[in-house]
Design a binder for this molecule. Sequence first.
Ligand SMILES: NC(=O)c1ccc[n+]([C@@H]2O[C@H](COP(=O)([O-])OP(=O)(O)OC[C@H]3O[C@@H](n4cnc5c(N)ncnc54)[C@H](O)[C@@H]3O)[C@@H](O)[C@H]2O)c1
Length: 345
Amino acid sequence: MSEKIGIAVVGTGDWGANLVRNFANLAGARLVALCDADPQRLARSAAQYPTARAYPDAAQVAGDPEVQAVVVSASAIGHHPIAKLMLEAGKDVYVEKPLTLEVAHAEELVRLAKTGNRILMVGHLLLYHPGVQYMKKMVKDGSLGDLLYIYCQRVNLGKVRKDENALWSFAPHDLSVILHLLDMEPLDVVARGSAFLQKGVEDVVFVDLRFPGGKLAHVHVSWLDPHKLRKFTVVGTQKMVVFDDMEASEKIKVYDKGVDRAGEIVSYGDALTVRNGDILIPKLSLQEPLKLECAHFVECVRDRKRPLTDGLDGLRVVKVLDAAQRSLKNGGAPVAIQPLPVEVA
Ligand SMILES: NC(=O)c1ccc[n+]([C@@H]2O[C@H](COP(=O)([O-])OP(=O)(O)OC[C@H]3O[C@@H](n4cnc5c(N)ncnc54)[C@H](O)[C@@H]3O)[C@@H](O)[C@H]2O)c1
């Protein structure tokens, strides 16, 4: 067997095509197989990558001894059965977001990967984005101060899905960043949304998360909106930072703004002074986050390393999505987040 990691991609649709392109061009990987249940899609991908074997059925990928690692980019409803099949066949697995559509399914995948000593990674793409990594560095080195709250918008007039609503389709990105920056689990979640285009499939959802210490996060997702926004605002006690992924180059702006407290409080007005300082626009690496993510997966498979976005990370996000979904169904009632089961934590 070649030293390059043998990769198969299951689901070669709109997004899968990007994954195929990246894995086909990675120095440490070899695109061994492509799989799609749709014959036209499979024929199109096979024509582009004639050296890869083309399979209409995921079971054929599971049975291919040259396939070491499988990338699952089928529609979300297929993530759990396909990933389970591959883990049970002894393959390392990368699953697009959301990891699964049910908490129990995500727990099962984490358990299977753990007992089988397999790599399980989830496609939380933004955690590989140099802009998000810059914000994480600011949180870690203390330059942001104490992180107080985060809000974000991921809206546009875009691909309307039928298997999953805008919450499950878009919010995994925002939630993965929020959990990564705050490095804690929310206490509870409140969500409101509406299904305007298809019965029972929410097009717009507003989610509020409450964290220990009074920290807050708010997520607004929609595929029915005139704007195209992919933006995070992170407010700390020392600085505030905005990550705008729609900006071509100035994606991060750090604001030296805040409200400082005087040493000795005499009166309310004397105690608080507004600091309205400079704005810093740092130079970021312009590498494609998806390329960095794919390279990370190959490196984890090769070196048997735990991925930055491992199965547990995927499970944490699915738990929040599930709580938000239950809140949605209950007219915005708060839903508490339960701790992870001991055997998977
Ligand atoms: N990380 C990101 O930024 C990002 C962006 C877009 C989509 N995604 C995710 O990627 C996945 C795919 O999204 P998409 O937009 O490409 O969808 P899509 O509908 O265009 O493609 C899905 C493909 O999977 C195939 N498929 C479905 N079930 C299958 C099965 N059991 N076996 C083999 N093939 C199967 C379909 O035939 C289709 O070609 C979704 O999970 C989505 O959430 C991630």
